[in-house]
Design a protein around this ligand. Structure first.
Ligand code: ATP
Length: 260
């Protein structure tokens, strides 16, 4: 495998809540290499978001070890090792698209010229060239989500963490964004962690698919994709694709059957 970027070993996380402890992650071990596109799939509440948030240094595991770029997640967060894309685009309505994209750059103290240059570059990368002066409400849901990806790319972190970024979009738009995301990944060689509920989306995008079980969230299968890097949408009709989709479905089913 390529250089290790994310290394989780025996990760455990129990939330203490008013209703008692919630065991969200159990003995999660996974290594993600540079340039991997790893999807996390599993039933609602199985800890996909929690695992992504651990990588991002936004939750603290209660057991095990986790490193990101050879650092603790907290150090990696402070060094801005990753861009994070949420399910909702989360753009500020009073800022233009360009100003939304520049926000992290402003906070990080980039010069105005550099902010301008980077915003232009990432808006072009997500196919929003010429939309910088628009406000979020003037854009479709898919375009807003692309703008939020541009914002996550603006400071050029090597890691992109995406939590169901296209979950709220209709299927045609989602297909299109999946294609664009693959092209962007090929061009930028980012390491991507991607949470989804959709089997076809996971299979279409990923180099590896991590199947998780219901609570306490455990990894029940890690499927290496045999698909080539170059993936036109109609690859989804090929026997290879359907075979991987079948394996994911079986993995999800086996996880559900687990009651230990
Ligand atoms: N801050 C928190 N405090 C207490 N419990 C939490 C907290 N965050 C998450 N949980 C619980 O941990 C479990 C895992 O949640 P998580 O959001 O990671 O699941 P998920 O797989 O991403 O679900 P979904 O697919 O519905 O987004 C759930 O039972 C959730 O209620």
């Amino acid at each position: 495998m390529n250089e290790t970027i994310i290394d989780a070993q025996g990760l455990d996380l129990t939330f203490q809540t008013n209703d008692g402890p919630v065991h969200a992650l159990k003995d999660v071990s996974l290594t993600i290499g540079k340039g991997d596109f790893v999807s996390f799939i599993g039933p609602s509440g199985c800890g996909k978001t929690t695992f992504l948030r651990c990588i991002a240094g936004l939750e603290t595991p209660t057991g095990g070890s986790l490193s990101v770029n050879g650092m603790t997640p907290d150090e990696a967060r402070r060094k801005r090792a990753y861009g994070y894309v949420f399910q909702a685009a989360g753009l500020y309505p009073w800022r233009t698209i360009a100003k939304n994209v520049k926000l992290p750059l402003e906070i990080m103290g980039f010069s105005r010229e550099e902010q301008e240059r980077r915003a232009d570059r990432v808006l072009e990368l997500v196919d929003l060239k010429g939309f910088g002066a628009k406000y979020p409400w003037q854009l479709s849901g898919g375009m807003q989500q692309r703008a939020s990806i541009a914002r996550a790319l603006a400071f050029d972190a090597g890691i992109l963490l995406m939590d169901e970024p296209f979950g709220a979009l209709d299927e045609i738009v989602r297909d299109h964004l999946n294609e664009q995301l693959l092209a962007l990944w090929a061009r930028t060689e980012k390491t991507i962690g991607f949470v989804t509920h959709s089997i076809p989306e996971a299979v279409y995008l990923s180099t590896r698919i991590v199947v998780m079980s219901p609570r306490p969230g455990r990894i029940t299968d890690v499927i290496e994709s045999p698909l080539p890097k170059e993936r036109p949408l109609d690859i989804r009709d090929t026997p290879e694709f359907l075979d991987v989709a079948h394996r994911v479905r079986e993995g999800l089913r086996a996880g559900h059957a687990y009651d230990g």
